[in-house]
Design a protein around this ligand. Structure first.
Ligand code: AGP
Length: 607
C-alpha cells in the first residue's frame, strides 16, 4: 500500500506534492520521492525514510517545475532504501513512474527486458513498468500505459510522466485506488482524496481497468481497449480526518474492510494457475526444508493466535511435529533446537522485542529461521534466513485486524508449501486448497455485509461485563483472537478458551448475563463444540454461535452468525471477521477510542 500524488497546473508543483504526500503518509512511510518535469529533463528526488527526510532534500532544489508526481512507499518488493524508493525511470530518464500495488508477473517481464538489453537498478517490481514505458517511446503516452496495463498482471495504480509532454500525467488503475481531483485550470491525481482536499472538492472516480490522461484543463478517460468513457464526477463531502479514514469512522473499521484486498495481496503471485504454491521469494533450499524434523512457531498477542493456527496447518499437512510458544517465554524454557529445526517467527511489525530476541536465540542455537512480517526489511526480516511478507499494508489501528487475517493466509501458504516440497500432500489436494484460498477475499467481503446485524446484536449488551469465546481445533485460535480483540478495545473481561476444557473448571463462571460466543466451523469437531455450547446454555449463558452457511446448529444458540462454507483451517480467516466486528461495535457503543486503546502501543519494544 503506497500513496501517489500527481499535479499539473499553475501552482508551484512542490507546494502541492509535498503536503499531498504528507496527507497520504498513513498509506506508507518507509521511503518517499518526487519526479519533477522541468521541460528539458525530469528531476527525481527520493530517499528512504519519511516525508520529513524528503523535504530536507527538496530544500536544495531550484528551478521551474511544470508538472510532477510523488510517492510515499510501503515496500512490497525490495528493501525500503533510496534506490527502491519511487519514482522509477526508464533507461533514458525520460519516462518516470510511480506505482501502488504488485505487478504479479514482474519477474517474467523483467527477464524479457534484461534479455533485450535493459539494466535494472532497483529490486522493485515497478521498475519493470518504467522500462516498458521507455520501450514504447514512439507511442503517445496514454497508449504506452494502456499497453503496459494489458501486459502487466496484478494490482496497479500508476502515475506516469514523460519529459517531452510536460503538461500531461497519465494515470491507470486496476485493483489499487486512484482518483482525480478537478480544479480550475489545474488537475490532481492521487491514491486518496486527502492529497488534494485543501485545493478542491471536485473529483472524478476512476474505475478498475481504466487509463486516464490528466492535463491542466482536461481529463480523458478510457478503458483498456482504448474506448473513451464518460467520467463520473462527484463532490467530496468529507472533512480531512474522515477522508484519511476513507470515510470510515475509525482506522480500525477501515482496516477491517480492507481485508478482502489485503488477503488478495497476500496471495498475489504466490499461487499458480495449476494450483501450486509459489514461494520462490523464500530462497530456502528445498533440501534443507526436506531435512527439517521439527517446527517451532513463536509470536506474541494476535500474531501468537496465527501461530496457533499454523500449528494445526503444518502438522495436518506435513506431519511434522510443531511446537508453538509465546515469544516472551520461549528462551526461558530451554527449547531443544538444532540445525534440523525450523523456527517461524511471526510479527506484523517485525520489531516486537520479545519475538526478536526469541528469534535471535533460535538462530544462535543453530535453527533455521523464517520471519513472517508485514513490514519489509523490519528487524525480524533482517535477522531471518528467509522472509515471508504478509503485504497487508500499514495498519494504524492498534488492534490488529487485517494483519491477522493476512498472517493466517501467509501461514496457510507456508504450510501448503512445506507439504508440496516434502511431498506430504498429493498435488490434487494442494490444488483444491489453493483454489479455496483464492475464494477467501470474496468470502470475507460477504461476511463484512453482516456488520449491521452484529451492531444490533451487541446493542443489547451494554451491561455485559463477562464474555467467553470458545472453539476447538482450528476454531480455538479464532476464539482466542475474538477474546483478545474485545479485551483490548472494549475493556471488558473476555476469556478465550478451548471449548472442551470449560467443563474442567471455568464452567463455574457461566451464569445468566454471561455472553458465550462459540466458533464451530472445523468439521472435525463441530458437533463436539455444539455439545459444549449446550452445556453453556444449560447454565443460562447467552449463546452466540459462529457457524457455516448450510450447517444445522439446532436450537443451541440465541443468535447464529453465518459465515460462508469453507475448508477447515482456511475458514479461520472468515470466522474471525464477525468477532472483530463484535469487539468493534461493543467498544464504539461505549464511546471508546478503538484506534488508540488505553495502555497499549502498536509495537512493543520492551521486554
Ligand atoms: C493485537 O491487537 C495487538 N496489537 C498485539 O497483541 C500484537 O499482536 C502483539 O503486540 C504482537 O505484535 P507484532 O505482531 O507486531 O509482533
Amino acid at each position: 500500500m503506497c500513496g501517489i500524488v500527481g499535479y499539473v497546473g499553475p501552482r508551484p508543483v512542490l507546494d502541492v506534492l509535498v503536503p499531498g504526500l504528507t496527507h497520504l503518509e498513513y498509506r506508507g512511510y518507509d521511503s518517499a520521492g518526487v519526479a519533477l518535469n522541468v521541460g528539458d529533463r525530469i528531476e527525481v528526488i527520493k530517499t528512504a525514510g519519511r516525508m520529513s527526510d524528503l523535504e530536507d532534500l527538496i530544500g536544495y532544489f531550484e528551478g521551474d517545475v511544470i508538472s510532477g508526481v510523488g510517492h510515499t512507499r510501503w515496500a512490497t518488493h525490495g528493501a525500503p532504501n533510496s534506490v527502491n524508493a519511487h519514482p522509477h525511470t526508464d533507461a533514458s530518464g525520460d519516462a518516470v513512474v510511480v506505482h501502488n500495488g504488485i505487478v504479479e508477473n514482474w519477474s517474467e517481464l523483467k527477464q524479457k527486458l534484461i534479455e533485450s538489453g535493459h539494466e535494472f537498478r532497483s529490486q522493485t517490481d515497478t521498475e519493470v513498468v518504467a522500462h516498458m514505458i521507455g520501450d514504447l517511446a514512439d507511442l503517445p503516452l496514454v497508449e504506452a500505459v494502456r499497453q503496459v496495463m494489458n501486459e502487466a498482471e496484478g494490482a496497479l495504480a500508476l502515475a506516469v510522466m514523460r519529459r517531452s509532454e510536460p503538461e500531461l500525467i497519465v494515470g491507470a488503475r486496476r485493483g489499487s485506488p486512484l482518483v482525480v481531483g478537478r480544479g480550475d485550470g489545474e488537475n490532481f491525481l492521487a491514491s486518496d482524496i486527502p492529497a488534494f482536499l485543501e485545493h478542491t472538492r471536485e473529483m472524478v472516480v476512476i474505475d478498475d481497468n481504466r487509463v486516464i490522461e490528466v492535463r491542466p484543463t482536461s481529463i480523458r478517460l478510457m478503458d483498456l481497449e482504448g474506448n473513451e468513457i464518460e467520467p463520473e464526477h462527484r463532490k467530496v463531502e468529507w472533512d480531512f480526518e474522515a477522508a484519511e479514514k476513507g470515510g470510515y469512522d475509525t482506522f480500525m473499521l477501515k482496516e477491517i474492510y480492507e481485508q478482502p484486498k489485503a488477503i488478495a495481496d497476500t496471495l498475489a503471485g504466490r499461487v499458480s494457475q495449476s494450483g501450486r504454491v509459489v514461494l520462490n521469494e523464500l530462497e530456502m533450499d528445498d533440501r534443507l526444508l526436506r531435512a527439517i524434523d521439527k517446527v517451532f512457531v513463536i509470536a506474541c498477542g494476535t500474531s501468537y493466535h496465527a501461530a496457533m493456527m499454523a500449528k494445526y496447518a503444518i502438522e495436518r499437512w506435513t506431519r511434522l511435529p510443531v511446537e508453538i510458544d509465546i515469544a516472551s517465554e520461549f528462551r526461558y524454557r530451554d527449547p531443544v533446537l538444532d540445525s534440523r529445526s525450523l523456527v517461524i517467527a511471526i510479527s506484523q511489525s517485525g520489531e516486537t522485542i520479545d519475538t526478536l530476541e526469541a528469534a535471535r536465540y533460535a538462530k544462535a542455537q543453530g535453527a533455521n529461521l523464517i520471519g513472517v512480517s508485514n513490514v519489509v526489511d523490519s528487524a525480524l526480516a533482517r535477522e531471518a534466513d528467509a522472509v515471508l511478507y504478509t503485504r497487508a499494508g500499514p495498519e494504524i489501528g492498534v488492534a490488529a485486524t487485517k494483519t491477522f487475517t493476512t498472517q493466517l493466509v501467509a501461514m496457510q501458504l507456508l504450510g501448503l508449501y512445506l507439504a508440496q516440497v516434502r511431498g506430504t500432500l498429493d498435488p490434487g489436494a494442494i490444488e483444491v486448497m489453493v483454489r479455496d484460498l483464492t475464494l477467501l477475499p470474496g468470502q470475507v467481503e460477504e461476511v463484512l455485509e453482516i456488520s449491521d446485524e452484529i451492531r444490533r446484536l451487541t446493542g443489547q449488551w451494554s451491561d455485559v461485563n463477562d464474555y467467553f469465546f470458545l472453539g476447538r481445533s482450528g476454531d480455538f485460535p479464532v476464539a482466542m483472537e475474538g477474546a483478545l480483540k474485545l479485551k483490548e478495545i472494549a475493556y471488558v473481561r473476555a476469556e478465550g478458551y478451548a471449548a472442551g476444557e470449560m467443563k474442567h473448571g471455568p464452567i463455574a463462571l457461566i451464569e445468566k448475563g454471561v455472553v458465550v460466543v462459540g466458533v464451530a466451523t472445523d468439521s472435525h469437531v463441530k458437533t463436539k463444540t455444539l455439545s459444549n455450547m449446550q452445556e453453556m446454555k444449560a447454565r443460562d449463558g447467552t449463546i452466540v454461535l459462529i457457524a457455516e452457511n448450510g450447517d444445522d446448529v439446532g436450537d443451541v444458540a440465541d443468535h447464529v452468525i453465518k459465515v460462508p462454507e469453507g475448508r477447515d483451517l482456511l475458514c479461520t480467516v472468515t470466522a474471525v471477521v464477525p468477532l472483530q466486528l463484535l469487539a468493534y461495535h461493543v467498544a464504539t457503543a461505549k464511546g471508546l477510542d478503538v484506534d488508540k486503546p488505553r495502555n497499549l502501543a502498536k509495537t512493543v519494544t520492551v521486554e
